[in-house]
Design a protein around this ligand. Structure first.
Ligand code: FAD
Length: 417
């Protein structure tokens, strides 16, 4: 008897039940989710003015560093969009992470400030591990867009190996005294609070002697000095000189800071490296190739150009899917999936760099003109993304670090450092 083409094999088996297959594979968003995106787009049409939204700042567009950007976040807070996944008891909506993803991607596509740091990193870690005092003090402020944070893990001798951090915390009456230095602290020059790791126990294995603190950025013992990146944005060195922090501002348990930092980094690797700006840059390149010519011949007819752009479009789709897989795997309120965060961050940021490279190659020498040059190909976006996209493969953990995490956490290979 010929096999039926319409019936799945075996008695009563559906795709949902076949071992090893994906249940209910559906890559479309639901009508409710699409409705939410339409609401966000309408909000952006009204409020994402040029002084607030600037896609040419690339990934740094996410920071909330001006009064206008703060006012914009306040308007988002009024909509209740800052606590989408937070529990109701702390003012959130207890809703699905996919809405937070859709919101952040829509914001990022316009170069508008995003909800990553306060809501996604500090807020979620305080919700999971913070004391009631910290929850009461910080969660409402985050939800109302009244506070900005800087994150201090990296030091001159502790970058990829963040567990080697040596900022010294010495026990004092009622708190701790911090001395030493951090480096690459983005946002330190405008943030209100510093989320910072310090060594509280030098006599145990390095991962087990670190504690997380919250320090007000206007503390007189802190000195902030600028470092300018090759992407034209500012990051900072921060020096600590006898900075007293009360016991109340220890986050979670003493000496468990590295565990919290690792969890927070999983969140950072996803929420702070959005996909939509990469897609927007791919669209910009495709639009350029549609009409541009070289030696009188349309670029769109060149087989090398066609082959390269088709490959890029396929890789962009892989990056998008890795992002969606992270969203699907993130249990609501639970810790973010580590290997998936690294897979997404590694692939998306390396692809982004490859795309910038291809934009310079395919659109030719005019791409070297500075961003904003009206008659440069793609108005000069290629040269600035060529410089900027390198940074995304370093910040939040380098590509090599992501590969190490995937090798260990996903493939079970031994540790190399
Ligand atoms: C734009 C930007 C913003 C940043 N913002 C912040 C911030 O706000 N807060 C903060 O704390 N940090 C921040 N950082 C710092 C960032 O996290 C570090 O730069 C990063 O972790 C790498 O550390 P490093 O610069 O010390 O390089 P290193 O760790 O010295 O690495 C140097 C090179 O060696 C490689 N390498 C290191 N170890 C290994 C290994 N075990 N196996 C294979 N290769 C290895 C690295 O991949 C890299 O190529 C930011 C960085 C950038 C670029």
């Amino acid at each position: 008897m010929a096999a039926s083409l319409t019936k799945p094999p075996g008695p009563n088996l559906t795709t949902r039940q076949i071992p090893g297959t994906l249940p209910n594979v559906d890559f479309d968003f639901t009508p409710e989710q699409r409705q939410f995106v339409a609401e966000v787009e309408a909000f952006l049409d009204e409020h994402a003015t040029a002084d607030v939204a600037d896609p040419t700042r690339e990934n740094m567009a996410q920071i909330v560093d001006t009064p206008e950007r703060r006012a914009f976040m306040k308007k988002m807070a009024e909509r209740g969009w800052l606590g989408i996944t937070w529990p109701k008891e702390w003012g959130g909506r207890d809703s699905d992470g996919v809405y937070e993803y859709l919101l952040n991607e829509a914001l990022a596509a316009r170069g508008a400030p995003q909800i990553g740091k306060g809501v996604g990193i500090i807020g979620k870690t305080v919700l999971r591990h913070g004391s009631d005092k910290l929850k009461k003090e910080f969660l409402p402020k985050i939800l109302n867009a009244e506070v900005e944070f800087a994150v201090g893990y990296s030091e001159p001798n502790a970058g990829s190996d963040a567990a080697a951090m040596s900022l010294k915390a010495t026990k004092a009456e009622g708190g701790w005294i911090l001395n030493g230095q951090k480096i690459w602290t983005t946002s330190a020059h405008f943030a209100d609070w510093y989320w910072v790791g310090a060594r509280t126990d030098p006599d145990v294995a390095k991962h087990f002697g670190i504690t997380l603190f919250l320090v007000p950025m206007d503390h007189p013992g802190l000195t902030v000095k600028p470092i300018w990146t090759m992407g034209d944005e500012r990051t900072n060195e921060v020096f600590f000189d006898d900075v007293f922090v009360s016991d109340d501002y220890v986050v979670g348990e003493l000496n468990r800071g590295f565990q919290y930092i690792s969890e927070a980094l999983d969140l950072e690797r996803f929420t702070m490296f959005t996909f939509s700006p990469i897609k927007a840059r791919l669209d910009l390149l495709v639009d350029h190739l549609r009409t541009a010519t070289r030696d009188g011949e349309p670029l769109r007819d060149d087989p090398v150009v066609r082959s390269r752009i088709a490959q890029l479009a396929t890789q962009a789709e892989v990056a998008r899917m890795l992002g969606l897989r992270f969203v699907a795997k993130s249990a609501k309120g639970g810790a973010a999936p580590t290997a998936e965060a690294s897979e997404y961050k590694l692939f998306a940021t390396e692809f982004s760099k490859k795309l910038a490279d291809a934009s310079m190659d395919l659109a030719g020498p005019g791409t070297q003109l500075r961003v904003g040059t009206e008659d440069a190909p793609m108005k000069g976006r290629a040269e600035s993304t060529y410089r900027y996209t390198v940074l995304d493969t370093i910040g939040g953990g380098t590509s090599e670090v992501q590969k190490n995490i995937i090798a260990r956490r996903k493939l079970g290979l031994p540790k190399n450092f």
